[in-house]
Design a protein around this ligand. Structure first.
Ligand SMILES: Cc1cc2nc3c(=O)[nH]c(=O)nc-3n(C[C@H](O)[C@H](O)[C@H](O)COP(=O)(O)OP(=O)(O)OC[C@H]3O[C@@H](n4cnc5c(N)ncnc54)[C@H](O)[C@@H]3O)c2cc1C
Length: 276
C-alpha cells in the first residue's frame, strides 16, 4: 500500500487562527446528518456544501471541516475530516453574524463551492471524521466552562461592591435580606462549580482523557445552573444592570451561549443518561 503524502501547511508556524466546521444549517444536534460532500477525484477531493455558526470562521487561516465521503447511506461512519486553508479556490466565509452575546468572537458560515483540495489534506483515514469531531467537541465542552466561573467571580465581586454602595430607604441595599440571599446564592454556585471545572482542567493538565460523562455533567451544570446566580447579579444592579456600563448585561448575554453551543443541554442530558 502506498504511503499517503503528509500534509504540509503553507502558513508560517505560530501564526494560525483556526476554526472547526461541523455544524450545518440543517445538522445541529444531529451532526451525523451533515450533508457537505467530499468526492475523491485522483489525488484531490472536491468539497461542496456549507457550515453554520462557526467560531472564528471570518478570520481563520485554516479550517478543519467535516464532510461526507461515503455515498452508501452511512451516517457516522461516512464522515471524514479535512484541512482547508484560507485562499483555497471555492472556499469562503459568510458574513459575520450579529449575535446576542460573545460579540468579541467572530462567527459565520463556511461555504464550499467546488472547492478542490489535495488528498493529503484528509485528516486520518476516510470515515475517521465523526470520532475526531467528538474528541474536539469534548475538548470544546471542557474549555467553554471556565469563563462561567470567571464570570461568576466577577458577578459576586460587583454585586457585593454595588449593593454596599447603593442606598435606598436610607440604607445600603446590601442590608436587605432579599439582596443578601441573592449574593449567598452566587457564592454557593461558585463554590459548587469551581471544583468541577478544576477537575476537568487537572485532567487536561495531566494529559488524561476526559470522560465524556464528566464533561457532559460539568457543561450541563455550569450552563443551566449559572443562569440563576448571573440573573441575581443582574437584579441586584437594578436598572444599572440593564445598561452597558456595568458589564453585567454582557455577562448575562455571554453566559446564554453555554447551554447551546458545543451540544445543547438537552443533548448533554441524553449523553448522561446513555452513559450511566
Ligand atoms: C456562538 C456560537 C458558536 C458556535 N461555534 C461553533 C463552531 O465553532 N463549530 C461548530 O461546528 N458549531 C458551532 N456552533 C454550533 C452549535 O454547536 C450548535 O448550534 C448546537 O450544537 C445546537 O445545534 P442547533 O442550533 O442546530 O440546534 P438544534 O439541533 O436544531 O436544536 C433545537 C432544539 O431542539 C433540541 N433538540 C434537538 N435534538 C434533540 C433531542 N434528540 N432530544 C431533545 N432535544 C433535542 C435542542 O436541545 C434545542 O433546544 C456554534 C453556535 C453558536 C451559537
Amino acid at each position: 500500500m502506498s504511503k499517503r503524502k503528509k500534509y504540509v501547511p503553507k502558513l508560517a508556524k505560530g501564526e494560525w487562527i483556526g476554526c472547526m466546521g461541523l455544524t450545518e444549517p440543517s445538522a445541529g444536534s444531529d451532526v451525523a446528518a451533515l450533508k457537505t460532500r467530499a468526492i475523491k477525484k485522483g489525488d484531490e477531493y472536491v468539497l461542496n456544501g456549507s457550515k453554520a455558526f462557526i467560531t472564528n470562521a471570518p478570520i481563520a487561516d485554516v479550517a478543519v471541516a467535516y464532510a461526507r465521503t461515503s455515498t452508501d447511506g452511512e451516517r457516522h461512519d461516512g464522515i471524514s475530516a479535512f484541512i482547508i486553508e484560507k485562499g483555497t479556490k471555492g472556499f469562503s466565509a459568510g458574513k459575520k453574524l450579529h449575535k446576542f452575546g460573545m460579540r468579541t468572537s467572530y462567527t459565520s458560515d463556511l461555504i464550499f463551492e467546488d472547492c478542490v483540495i489535495p488528498a493529503e489534506n484528509l485528516l486520518g483515514k476516510e470515515g475517521d471524521g465523526f470520532s475526531m469531531a467528538m474528541q474536539t467537541v469534548e475538548w470544546d465542552r471542557s474549555t467553554i466552562i471556565a469563563p462561567i466561573v470567571g464570570g461568576c467571580i466577577f458577578a459576586l465581586k460587583r454585586s457585593c461592591e454595588y449593593s454596599k454602595q447603593r442606598e435606598q430607604f436610607g440604607r445600603a441595599v446590601s442590608e436587605f435580606q432579599a439582596v443578601k440571599h441573592k449574593i449567598a446564592d452566587i457564592k454557593i454556585f461558585l463554590e459548587a462549580a469551581r471544583p468541577l471545572v478544576y477537575r476537568i482542567a487537572w485532567c487536561k493538565d495531566q494529559g488524561q482523557p476526559i470522560n465524556h460523562l464528566e464533561a457532559a455533567i460539568t457543561k450541563l451544570f455550569l450552563g443551566d445552573w449559572s443562569l440563576v446566580p448571573i440573573d441575581n447579579a443582574f437584579v441586584i444592579h437594578g436598572s444599572y444592570g440593564y445598561c452597558h456600563e456595568y458589564d453585567i448585561e454582557k455577562l448575562y448575554r455571554d453566559s446564554r451561549l453555554l447551554p447551546v453551543a458545543g451540544g445543547t443541554s438537552e443533548i448533554q442530558k441524553l449523553i448522561i443518561s446513555k452513559l450511566m
